[in-house]
Design a protein around this ligand. Sequence first.
Ligand code: F6P
Length: 509
Amino acid sequence: MSIETLQTLAAPIRSQSLAKLAASADNAVYRGGGWTVDVSRQYLTAEIETALLAHANDVNLTGTLDDLFSAAIVNPSENRPALHWALRMPPESELTKSEHETTLRALEKAAELGSSGQYSAIVHIGIGGSDFGPRLYADAFGDRQLDAIELRFCANVDPLDLDLALRGLDPAKTLIIGISKSFGTEETLYNLARARSWLEAALSAEQAARHLLLVTANPDRANAWLDGNQATTLDMPISVGGRYSIWSAASVAVMASFGVETFQQFLTGAAEMDAHVKTTPIDRNLAARMALLDFWNTSFLGFGSRAVLAYSRRLRMLPTYLQQLEMESNGKSVGPTGADAPLSTAPLLWGGEGSVGQHSYHQWLHQGTHIVPAEFILAPGSHSDPEGVEALTAHALAQAEVLANGRSLAEVNAEEPELTEVVARQKVHPGGRPSTFMTAPELTPARLGALIALYEHRTYLAGALWQINPFDQWGVERGKTMATRLKPALRGEAKAEDAATQNLINLLK
Ligand code: F6P
């Protein structure tokens, strides 16, 4: 019933002025975990909000959250709970104690690495969820890195990536950290094997193994790979998905090179957001409201993408991180019962760093023919040079205003009467482009933790609204299988089954 109501409400709303909707928006600001979120420039009215909340009630979104936080099986295709939140919250019961302890062990190991003086560099090797999170964290807090340990990353199976990561390093002073939940990912195993050879070219096999630290949920495979040599291993819990694993031992490299205390603040911020999401009724619950907005914009208003515009140098990698989190989680069209998702699901997520993006794709956002809801994230903080902070803030506010309100022909003519009609028309901004504005006073490790936890919960709840399982990823498997099958064709030992692929192989030769 609520779906039909929402469909009826969607049709007329797009012709409304966003400026008017914003002026009449009541209760459009939500708060939690140190973040404030203003959705007044979205295509929402009190009636639509009521219908969305009625739908949340119909599908028992509160129960969906209870399931997550009570460690129920929320990942039915793999028959597992999803326990990423348990890594950052002190355990309330025995149920999640062992998961939490894996993070505590990683923190201990990181403290030991940081103080040992044994290593001057760490090379973090992993891909996807075993890479994006620690890389985002390291990029965000580059100004806080401890001097003692240089941190480098390698993810790509393109051999140049590891060449660059190892360049100029001394094997005797380098620790290679390999992260793979499955310990079966081709890219990571390839890079790890090359890194091990690099160590072994300078050290004995036994010594080389001591320069390896492996983080995995599959210790049997890791031990087989070690082939009898002794290396340190840390556990990744099986019930924590790769893209939800930033809170786990997967982050041991950043824990060591940015300090354990900083990472603990990051965990504490995430736990603050967890507490908000767990206990706040749906109508004031940040994650639920944002998931309902995603549901509304995508499945009823038909917006096929969302732009994350991070007005923060610290968050320039956030869109890349969120692409995996949201699109690998909810880029699906069949639900856990095997039924087709009844409505369109997760939009394309893209974006970048403001104000840099203003000199690139903002032209398209303002005057292109596609309307893309934008998500501004601004956490300006203070700086000894306030001029830049003021400019950053002014740019973010201005972009949101122009996207929503546009610039009419009358305004262009009034402001620039010397223009010809032809030029004036080209300066019109149609407006009507909705946005959300997310702010925090400063992007500290705690606020980053809260922000990521918010996106995780939002993703989970949006998955429930779309009736899909956000915790599996069958869609990435087929390509991996096919790549393996194509290797003989690349070597000329067989022909590719697909003619177009074989033609491409011929071209490559
Ligand atoms: O891309 C598929 C995927 O399974 C991701 O979900 C995961 O984060 C990544 O590969 C890496 O997996 P692993 O940590 O098992 O190497």
